[in-house]
Design a protein around this ligand. Structure first.
Ligand code: URA
Length: 231
């Protein structure tokens, strides 16, 4: 969305005051002063006005959803159902997904309108553990734990994954904890050791654990303790 449209939606700023602040070079986005009212921003952009972070006009909202397979981790899509439409009765304006899951992946999906908070959860440098239950097409090789502990090299990003923890549960099932959230990370890690993921379910992100009472497709607000666990 354009910066001027985004800010004008905040109760505290009229369109006129927004244009004035931009022309006075009082607004920065992700640390860079902006002088273009059309500058693109998203719900996770860090917007500062006169050096102070933009305070949202409503209290921030935080939800966990038990994502079913078949739903895209997106706010809208023309072809497929999206996870946000499962938040029945919740105003969707401003919400975004903190840490996407692939369409077929199930489990813990966090949805919020607090961009600063969601960056703490998802930025690779924060090294927040994310735990997945993984089912593979072929028997898990005895070398897999060591390969994952050493890290898997991703040539596209030119990086090696942080040491991951893997607990082998049976021949083709494992619990895996990774510390980044790169594109298709779990599938690419198993592909690198000659295996293939056939099902993937996220159980936790940091101290936020998928509530066992939530059926697939159900959601609830995060508790204060869950929200503050990131601070
Ligand atoms: N890694 C994947 O490959 N897919 C997901 O959905 C999440 C992590």
């Amino acid at each position: 969305m354009r910066l001027d449209c985004f800010l004008s939606k905040q109760a505290a700023y009229s369109r006129k005051s927004v244009l004035q602040l931009i022309s006075q070079r009082q607004i920065s986005v992700d640390g860079i002063t902006v002088n273009d009212r059309c500058h693109p921003v998203t719900n996770v952009s860090l917007i500062e006005i006169s050096g102070k972070p933009l305070t949202p006009s409503q209290p921030a909202r935080y939800f966990m959803l038990n994502k079913p397979a078949g739903y895209l981790s997106a706010t809208t899509d023309k072809q497929h159902p999206v996870a946000l439409e499962l938040l029945e009765g919740i105003e969707q304006q401003g919400l975004h997904i903190a840490g996407r899951l692939d369409r077929a992946t199930t489990g813990l999906l966090i949805i919020t309108d607090d961009g600063k908070w969601s960056r703490k959860l998802t930025e690779p440098k924060q090294k927040i553990p994310k735990t997945y239950l993984v089912e593979t097409a072929y028997a898990l090789s005895p070398e897999t734990p060591q390969r994952f502990t050493e890290g898997i090299y991703f040539s596209y990003e030119e990086m090696t994954t942080s040491p991951a923890l893997i607990e082998l549960l049976d021949e083709t099932t494992a619990r895996l904890t990774i510390y980044e959230g790169r594109y298709h990370q779990v599938k690419r890690m198993f592909a690198a050791v000659g295996n293939r993921v056939v099902s993937l379910h996220r159980e936790s992100m940091g101290e936020i654990i998928l509530d066992s009472k939530l059926e697939l497709g159900a959601f609830r607000a995060l508790t204060a303790q869950e929200i503050n666990s990131l601070n």
